[in-house]
Design a protein. Structure first.
Lengths: 107, 243
């Protein structure tokens, strides 16, 4: 029963911002400056998700170390993405590098 | 992704699916650990599958499993989910100008299916100058693949989590980091965009300790603000299609 309430609540608070803003702003003319500002949303959000996942350890401390596989493999993945511009290649090579580095260096 | 599909429903749908395939590959390991973690944290198999079906928001589902195993109350779990997923309000606002005039039978499911991954490829499609009237079919294709893919790999994770111990410690969560890195790098096309990325990343680390993952939202807003301020001051003409 608790699970049903939890899932229903999570669904509601997730759907509301996804739909509400779209439906509301769709009824009015968006000011140009806001429209221009929103172009920065995708890179800013992605960066805010990625950087802590690479830089921080499980305790939330900055881990600038070679045995931090997330950081080393993250930097390598960024270089692969930059040079190749190929998303699938980046994911496959980046993940493979991560698993190998973790097994060999960070073990 | 630079080519524009022919303006038909079918071509747009298929183009949306095709562009999203790598993102679906990257999301798969994440769905597997979600399924495995949910079981490990004491959520029932049906509850785990239901969460993927009805909530459909990876990082918040992931965080919820951690909170459940920590014995946190349902109210706090729902509140944390709200904060973590508030970034979708930014996505929703960004898409809003393009969703104008779209029937509710389209807007409701497309909004429900809004994810980081689909947002990035869909906004890139909408930003292209061509006048195709069927760009929502591109969105539909991308979203449907992400959704079915998420359900399938969640179930794999639920089953695997019951038979393979410590699946969650295999480091599969790096799949999200590498996927989002691959999505981010090609977007850095101007100095203001680079600044937005740096400021958002640094702030996310600084504010990581804030409760309910509030730091993520503040960092994203700081990044957007930095980009806007830089754009106004550098006088560099930004690309008309920054994404």
């Amino acid at each position: 029963m608790n699970e049903v309430i939890m899932i229903a609540g999570m669904m509601l608070v997730t759907f509301a911002p996804r739909y509400g803003v779209m439906a509301l702003l769709g009824r009015m003319e968006m000011p140009k400056p806001l429209f221009r500002a929103l172009r920065y949303v995708p890179p800013a959000v992605l960066s805010a998700i990625i950087v802590p996942s690479m830089l921080l350890d499980a305790q939330g401390q900055v881990a600038l170390r070679l045995d931090n596989s997330y950081l080393v493999a993250g930097v390598v993945s960024a270089v692969i993405a930059w040079r190749s511009r190929n998303l699938l290649l980046t994911i496959v090579l980046g993940m493979a590098f991560f698993l190998i580095w973790r097994a060999v260096v960070a073990a | 992704m630079s080519d524009v599909p022919p303006p038909t429903r079918r071509a747009e749908f298929l183009a949306g699916v095709r562009v999203t395939i790598p993102l679906a590959v990257g999301a798969a390991p994440f769905a597997i650990i979600f399924g495995a973690l949910a079981i490990a944290s004491g959520i029932s198999p049906l509850g785990a599958a239901g969460m993927s079906l009805f909530v459909f928001a990876g990082s918040s589902q992931f965080i919820a499993t951690g909170l459940v195993s920590g014995g946190v109350s349902v109210a706090i779990i729902i509140f944390t989910t709200l904060i973590v997923n508030l970034r979708h309000a930014l996505y929703s606002a960004t898409l809003a100008p393009y969703m104008k005039g779209l029937a509710q039978r389209w807007m409701l499911p497309l909004a429900f299916w809004l994810t980081d991954e689909s947002f990035v490829v869909v906004i890139a499609r909408y930003s292209k100058g061509d006048a195709s009237p069927y760009k929502h079919w591109f969105y539909f294709g991308s979203a449907l693949l992400m959704y079915t893919n998420w359900q399938f790999w969640t179930i794999v994770g639920i089953v695997a989590g019951q038979s393979i111990p410590n699946l969650e410690s295999w480091g599969l969560d790096f799949a999200m980091t590498v996927t989002f890195t691959g999505m981010l790098i090609p977007q850095i096309k101007s100095r203001p965009l680079l600044l937005a990325v740096i400021v958002a990343g640094v702030c996310a680390v600084l504010f990581n300790g804030m409760p309910n993952k509030l730091g993520l939202l503040i960092a994203a807003l700081a990044g957007v603000a930095a980009g806007v301020i830089a754009e106004a001051n550098i006088k560099e003409v930004p690309s008309s299609q920054p994404i």
